[in-house]
Design a protein around this ligand. Structure first.
Ligand code: BG6
Ligand code: MG
Length: 214
């Protein structure tokens, strides 16, 4: 009997080559506010939702804004991001992404998305992988964003699978914490010295093989 009944995927940096696009949009906004973001700041923003990311950036720059100003700034960043991903096609999937989804499907596993991104549903359509998903957890429908476990628990609930029968795949520190605190097994995509709480780490999606975990 396989160890899992579902695979829960993050999107940005796992299936879609969009993590650097989010960061480029934040850097542009940061420069406009006089806040320079070092390349190392990217790791701190991965998996963190839109307003949470803005708060980290403002705190980093020692800049204060009202709630209304923050909403305008977050919208501006989202405009930069959506303009940059508007032309994405299936060619922009990360190498191995479609194959990994097909491996999960062929193994009879449920497939759900647990992405913090409000832009995830249209991006899945653009990338041509929406039909491979059984469920998409809505980040607006859960109480607490990553690193809280809520979004992964919601994804598991949507596919009707107990957390301990779920494999979560993530490229962010926040996301790995979320998976582990949900009581699931976590596979990190990236650097094992960064994704220290992951149960397994592979360098890229191209090196991820679902069969290795069953
Ligand atoms: C995550 C990204 O997937 O989605 C974060 O790793 C991003 O960088 C978050 O901030 C929220 O995305 P969006 O599209 O709702 O602004
Ligand atoms: Mg990610």
């Amino acid at each position: 009997m396989p160890r899992f009944d579902a695979v829960l995927f993050d999107l940005d940096g796992v299936l879609a080559d969009t993590a650097h696009i989010h960061f480029a949009a934040w850097r542009r906004l940061g420069e406009e506010l006089g806040i320079h973001l070092e390349p190392t700041f990217e790791e701190k923003l991965k998996g963190v939702d839109r307003m949470g990311s803005l708060e980290l950036i403002l705190a980093h720059g020692g800049v204060t804004r009202t709630a209304e100003e923050k909403r305008v700034l977050a919208d501006r960043k989202n405009g930069y991001y959506t303009a940059a991903v508007a032309e994405q096609t299936p060619d922009d999937l990360l190498p191995g992404a479609r194959r990994v989804l097909e491996e999960a499907r062929d193994a009879g596993l449920k497939i759900a998305l647990a992405s913090a991104s409000r832009n995830a549903p249209p991006l899945l359509e653009q990338l041509g992988i929406a039909p491979l998903f059984d469920a998409i957890a809505d980040p607006a429908a859960v109480k607490a964003p990553k690193p809280a476990p809520d979004l992964f628990l919601e994804a598991a609930r949507l596919v009707g699978v107990a957390p301990d029968r779920c494999l979560g795949i993530e490229d962010s520190v926040a996301g790995i914490i979320s998976i582990k605190d949900a009581g699931m097994v976590a596979v990190g995509i990236g650097d094992p010295t960064v994704l220290t709480r992951a149960d397994y780490v592979v360098p890229t999606t191209a090196q991820l093989h679902i069969g290795d975990f069953l």
